[in-house]
Design a protein around this ligand. Structure first.
Ligand code: GLA
Length: 390
């Protein structure tokens, strides 16, 4: 972290021209191990915070000005003022997450009356299914909590982040990403019931295995609108089911109950969407059980089943993710592989025996590059916990 801090400090003084009373913060990204597209359906998810993330250096000001600079964006210094934040700009700038977070926290009662100068820098690939936006929301939320309102809890930060995503950015995402990041624990994944926000932090005893992230490096196009479309399909299926069974969400149905009632869903595509949500929820609970019983091989098989359901029933994988996953599964030492996050490009993960990881990466790279025309990237995952002052 010292190198990151030096780098941030150097850039800060170059950009803003002064040395100040600096504070440094870090927020991680996340991978979801299983339980995909279940969070906005009242189901379970099983994500974990990872070592890649975004760091920031901040100095508070005496006036109401806010200046933001990202070492990963080419927007230069973006200036705002606390007095005129009320007008949402919808510029699709990374700074929308900063102002969104300030506004939500102000609405919720935090007094944020002094501005600040900020520089951020990340090693989390952006827009790739590792939750770079939730990472940024939580980074800003955590920084604001420490600087202005220490009574705010990490769980609240997660909920505020989701509001920013839904109300300021326009993506109808569930709570998984912000929760996984804000509440992340070292070497644990969170088995979260998204209907109640009750959760259990489950130790990841990897006994010689590791999760490898495989990035398609595909530019994500239309991912947000397709995401919102899937969510709407599930909501419509739920409405149809509610005409014959008393439920609040798809997550309340077991696969058996779904099979008994699903005749009421008139459209076959919508039926498959709902089927995925119900079966994936059941699969997630089972996956956590087998993991706790140290049956990693069964966990791997459930990862495979999850991917197939996302591929054929939910239809959010695409040729890039399928190629990565299929190639990984051909390799020795691999117990399972699946896409992670929203899909439509982004990343997949493979559960692989440690000593086979590099061989697998070579094989996947070869197959993928031949078929897709450009290279994927790989990251070996470490689970390091949630946001912190560094
Ligand atoms: C994105 C969303 C999450 C979740 C996943 C799919 O990451 O932000 O809320 O819906 O997709 O599981």
């Amino acid at each position: 972290m010292d190198k990151i801090k030096d780098n941030l400090r150097k850039t800060f003084t170059e950009i803003y021209g002064y040395e100040g009373d600096f504070r440094y913060f870090f927020s991680p990204g996340r991978v979801n191990l299983i339980g995909e597209h279940t969070d906005y359906n009242g189901g379970h998810v099983f994500p974990a915070a990872i070592q890649l993330g975004i760091s920031g250096i901040v100095a508070q000001r005496d006036d109401t000005k806010i200046r933001c600079y990202s070492m990963n964006a080419d927007e230069g210094v973006v200036e705002k003022d606390l007095k005129t934040l009320a007008e949402p700009t919808h510029t699709r700038s990374w700074t929308d997450y900063v102002t969104g977070m300030i506004q939500v926290m102000q609405e919720e009662g935090s007094v944020i009356d002094r501005g600040f100068d900020l520089v951020i820098c990340g090693n989390l690939p952006l827009g790739s299914g590792l939750s770079s936006s939730a990472c940024l929301e939580v980074l800003i939320g955590y920084m604001l909590k420490v600087l202005y309102d220490p009574k705010v809890t990490n769980k609240q930060i997660a909920l505020f982040g989701q509001r920013v995503e839904n109300e300021y950015i326009g993506v109808n995402s569930g709570i998984m990403d912000q929760f996984a990041i804000a509440m992340g624990e070292e070497n644990k994944a969170l088995y979260l019931d998204t209907a109640t926000l009750e959760y259990e932090a489950v130790p990841l005893n990897m006994s010689g295995y590791t999760f490898v992230i495989m990035n398609t490096n595909k530019k994500r196009e239309l991912a947000d609108s397709k995401y919102n479309e899937r969510r709407a399909e599930c909501e419509q299926a739920l409405e149809e089911l509610q005409s014959i069974v008393d439920i609040q969400s798809l997550g309340e149905l077991s696969p058996e109950e779904f099979e008994a009632y699903s005749f009421i869903i008139s459209d076959p595509v919508r039926k498959r969407r709902a089927k995925h949500a119900v079966y994936e929820n059941a699969r997630t609970s089972l996956a956590v059980k087998v993991l706790m019983a140290d049956k990693l091989n069964l966990f791997g098989l459930l990862m495979n089943a999850s991917h197939e359901s996302l591929r054929f029933d939910y239809e959010v994988t695409g040729v890039e993710l399928d190629t990565l996953v299929d190639a990984a599964r051909e390799c020795e030492g691999v117990l399972g592989a699946r896409m992670t996050g929203a899909g439509f490009g982004g990343c997949a993960i493979a559960l692989v025996r440690y000593e086979y990881s590099l061989i697998m990466q070579e094989h996947v790279k070869k197959i993928y590059t031949e078929k897709i025309g450009y290279e994927p990237s790989f990251y070996e995952v470490e689970f390091k916990g949630g946001p912190q002052e560094i």
